[in-house]
Design a protein around this ligand. Structure first.
Ligand code: FAD
Ligand code: 2HG
Ligand code: ZN
Length: 491
């Protein structure tokens, strides 16, 4: 999946090659040792390769220059210089993105945000946090935990992703069901446009109906119109009572019934409802060899989390719910975590899936949104097609290890993953455009939460009309007329 395997992408000759003069300018601006990793003048202060490759080891660029600005003013000077000199750039946060958006395609300069990692302010009455874009999600959430608050987003890559990267991708994660989308909880944004303009929209207000809400354009833009340097976000109170239950179920019909009952009976304390199929759990078992939570195997598993302020009240509700779903044979077996260690261990069976699936070499990933009733049909049909093509088996002569489905049931968001021993054109031919056509027929989304990046750039038309794509291009041209921001990606 390097740029060589996308023969249709050619380096745009309008972009300048990085010269020693450019490098000299950046070194003077940012300071040689802490801020510039340089392969142009051959005196790189650090290994440049981790900035060129993505988390999945699927996409690899060829940058020779990584810049780490330490302030909004520095980001502004860097971008203005790049824009004036037609140097293409890629904004990079924690580099945990799953669509190849955070690494260069050719020699674009990587602007890595890790040095901008300070909390700017926190108001413990309103719960409003203002922080630099390069703060790591987990570190930020630990800071909030001490104050009794929680970041309104959680995901498996929390230890490495940046809050700026989360906003740039409009990440969804494990508790969107409870806290909603970042489009709602982000109150303000500070960003820099390619010409160096600082967009100062770091509002702390929940209500502000004074014209266009321009910050929304940066949420989910994937670094194509500017660099987010800080965000202001509304953080909810951290719940004191957390319960986690893990169930085995006989059919996807029963999963849907369980979800309906969970919403009805647990209502305001329900904070996550996650789905895992047997093949996904089988692969986690193979990789970790941990003891599974339930004695028997089931075709489907659900993880339910409740968060509330009164453990007695929450336990009572959860017990009533459990009795109901067991008595009515909606759920076949289940376990409730008894302590914090068990909470983490149960979550491990869900959060550990992406990492375990990569164990055999590669994964074809589809992150889709479809009406709930049909959510799992896509996995069944894809598995049938892969098996019929003779591509799946237990030994090295077969490229496919397994076809699995899991995801954020509560948000109708399925992760269809095909774990492979090697990337293989025969597998790709079965998967595409089949998956995209299947989604388009149901008016679903080909990217529910990971974005488009490089991976999905050719498929946006399956989820957006020509009219919508045309409007997006107009916005791109307005904010980035020279096209230096994250080129060759989706727009
Ligand atoms: P990067 O990967 O560095 O960048 C992602 C995109 O944002 C790129 O296009 C980049 O150019 C742009 N960007 C980054 N920072 C900025 C900035 N400051 N300004 C402008 N543009 C910027 N995603 C989900 O939605 N839900 C999940 O549950 C989820 N779980 C994951 C679990 C694992 C194990 C992994 C590896 C990934 C997961 N992801 C998930 C995907 C990924 O973690 C998210 O997309 C995350 O929000 C990316 O943040 P990042 O800082 O790593 O950004
Ligand atoms: C998750 O929900 C992430 O675990 C990753 O969004 C999904 O790797 C994937 O396909
Ligand atoms: Zn996800």
């Amino acid at each position: 999946f390097t740029s060589e395997t996308y023969p249709e992408i050619k380096r745009d000759p309008k972009f300048a090659q990085i010269s020693e003069d450019h490098v000299r300018f950046f070194k003077e601006l940012l300071g040689k040792d802490s801020a510039v990793i340089d392969g142009v003048t051959k005196d790189a202060t650090d290994d440049i390769e981790p900035f060129n490759g993505d988390w999945m080891r699927k996409y690899r660029g060829h940058t020779k220059l990584v810049l780490k600005p330490g302030s909004t003013e520095e980001v502004s000077k860097v971008l203005k210089y790049c824009n004036d000199n037609m140097l293409a750039v890629v904004p990079q946060g924690g580099n945990s993105g799953l669509v190849g958006g955070s690494v260069p395609v050719f020699d674009e300069i990587v602007i890595n945000m890790s040095r901008m990692n300070q909390i700017r302010s926190f108001d413990d009455v309103s719960g409003t946090l203002v922080a630099d874009a390069g703060c790591i999600l987990e570190t930020t959430d630990n800071f909030l935990a001490e104050k009794g608050y929680i970041f309104p987003l959680d995901l498996g890559a929390k230890g490495s992703c940046h809050i700026g990267g989360n906003v740039a991708t409009n990440a969804g994660g494990l508790r969107l069901l409870r806290y909603g989308s970042l489009h709602g909880s982000v109150l303000g944004i500070e960003a820099v446009l390619p010409d160096g303009t600082i967009v100062d929209d770091l509002s702390k207000l929940r209500k502000n109906n004074t014209g266009y809400d321009l910050k929304q354009l940066f949420i989910g833009a994937e670094g194509t119109i500017g660099i987010i340097t800080a965000i202001s976000v509304h953080c909810p109170q951290r719940s004191k009572a957390i319960n986690v239950a893990f169930f085995g179920l006989e059919s996807f019909e029963k999963v849907q019934q369980a979800f309906k009952e969970a919403k009805g009976q647990l209502s305001e304390i329900l904070s996550a409802f996650e789905l895992m199929d047997r093949p996904s759990q089988g692969l986690v078992k193979k990789v970790t060899d941990n003891k599974e939570p339930l004695e028997s195997e089931y075709p489907f598993y659900c993880l339910i989390e409740t968060s509330g302020s009164n453990s007695e009240h929450d336990n009572e509700k959860l017990e009533t719910f459990l009795e109901y779903v067991m008595e009515n044979e909606i759920v076949s077996d289940g376990v409730v975590a008894q302590d914090e260690t068990q909470v983490r261990s149960l979550w491990g069976w869900r959060e550990g899936i992406p990492e375990c699936l990569g164990h055999w070499g590669g994964v074809y990933k589809y992150d889709v949104s479809i009406p709930l009733s049909e959510l799992y049909d896509l996995v069944n049909e894809t598995r049938e097609k892969i098996e019929a093509a003779g591509l799946k088996g237990d030994n090295d002569s077969f490229p496919v290890v397994d076809v699995v489905g899991y995801g954020h049931m509560g948000d109708s968001n399925l992760h269809l993953n095909v774990a492979v021993r090697r990337y293989d054109k025969a597998v790709e031919k079965v998967l595409e455009p089949f998956v995209y056509e299947w989604i388009a027929k149901r008016s679903g989304s080909i990217s529910a939460e990971h974005g488009l990046g490089l991976a999905k750039k050719n498929y946006i038309g399956y989820s957006r009309s020509d009219n919508m794509i045309g409007l997006m291009k107009q916005i791109k041209n307005l904010y980035d007329p020279n096209g230096i921001m994250n080129p060759y990606k989706y727009i």
